[in-house]
Design a protein around this ligand. Structure first.
Ligand code: SF4
Ligand code: SF4
Length: 297
């Protein structure tokens, strides 16, 4: 192939013979290290991007991270309905337009009580009803606490959606609207990408981020430090700026779990909305703005 530039090495250029006839040399070259440890010079036109390969196998992804027991704490006294968590989650997971894995609910427990904002995610239950009803083992509980979905196995029966008492799962009715590089990458149940039509989606505790030792996207995105994430085995949770002893925080601030009486044993804890950092009303504006933003899509 005439277009390939001469190598620095006297050896045969390893790219020769791989380039298609329709590729024209650009004249711009780059130096690369060959597998033989030699520096070779290649025309840029013949470079191909390395396809994304999930860093771990499906069976490793199903096992989870040994020695970890991930836990989340959501501090309701700090939430102002900014929805940065929801936007970050939707963006990073390419959640279908009109759907949300994180929902921020306006709550009022009784007529005489003050309203508050309650972000909800998958609770990553230790006794997950969704996992028990899945007929094909597509949704599963990992040793590190995360409940994930393998969309390659999911047959879209939606038994899990009916079984989840927290209504956290969503059904992908259509093809995902994702950039080509995401659509072309091999599916990973740790990234939940690319999502597939006819399957179920939900919060995955950002399993790809936790494998890298990083915080889930909602935790990092929240400007008010509402979400705390960590490892129950290390008895530590953090929002990136502050770190707390998990057991002490739950004890001191009367932490609780949603629908405790069902025996699902959620891995997401809540701190009650007492001594709130923001009045409820100051979040109404951002809800309207957010509604407008989503309705205009
Ligand atoms: S919150 Fe629902 S989807 Fe998540 S683990 Fe519990 S039962 Fe399953
Ligand atoms: S919809 Fe998919 S994940 Fe849910 S129960 Fe059916 S097969 Fe399992």
């Amino acid at each position: 192939m005439a277009g390939i530039a001469a190598g620095c090495s006297s050896k045969k250029n390893p790219f020769e013979g791989y380039a298609g006839d329709d590729v024209q040399a650009s004249g711009e070259t780059v130096k690369l290290l060959s597998v033989d440890g030699e520096v070779i010079e290649i025309d840029k036109a013949f470079l191909k991007p390395v396809p994304y390969v999930p860093p771990i196998s499906n069976s490793e992804a199903r096992k989870g991270i040994e020695g970890k027991k991930f836990v989340m704490v959501i501090d309701l006294s700090r939430c102002k309905n900014v929805k940065a968590c929801q936007s970050a989650c939707n963006h990073m997971h390419h959640v279908h337009p009109g759907q949300n894995w994180i929902k921020i609910l306006a709550m009022q427990d009784a007529d005489h009580e003050a309203p508050y904002w309650e972000p909800t995610t998958c609770m990553h239950c230790d006794e997950p009803p969704c996992v028990k009803v899945c007929p094909v083992d597509a949704t599963f509980k990992r040793q590190d606490g995360a409940v994930l979905i393998d969309s390659d196995r999911c047959i879209g029966c939606r038994f899990c959606m009916a079984a989840c008492p927290y209504s956290t799962r969503v059904f992908n009715w259509g093809d995902p609207e994702v950039p080509k590089e995401i659509a072309d990458q091999p599916y990973s149940c740790e990234t939940s990408l690319p999502q597939k039509k006819g399957t179920v989606g939900k919060c995955d505790f950002c399993a790809d981020m936790t494998r890298k030792g990083q915080l889930p996207h909602c935790v990092s995105a929240c400007p008010n430090g509402v979400f705390l994430f960590g490892d129950e085995n290390e008895d530590s949770v953090t929002n990136g700026a502050e770190t707390f002893r998990f057991s002490q925080l739950i004890k001191d601030k009367a932490g609780y779990r949603l629908m405790e009486d069902l025996g699902t044993k959620p891995r997401v804890y809540y701190l009650p909305p007492v001594n709130r950092n923001f009045p409820f009303e100051s979040g109404l504006e951002s809800q309207e703005e957010s509604d407008k933003k989503y309705n205009s899509k």
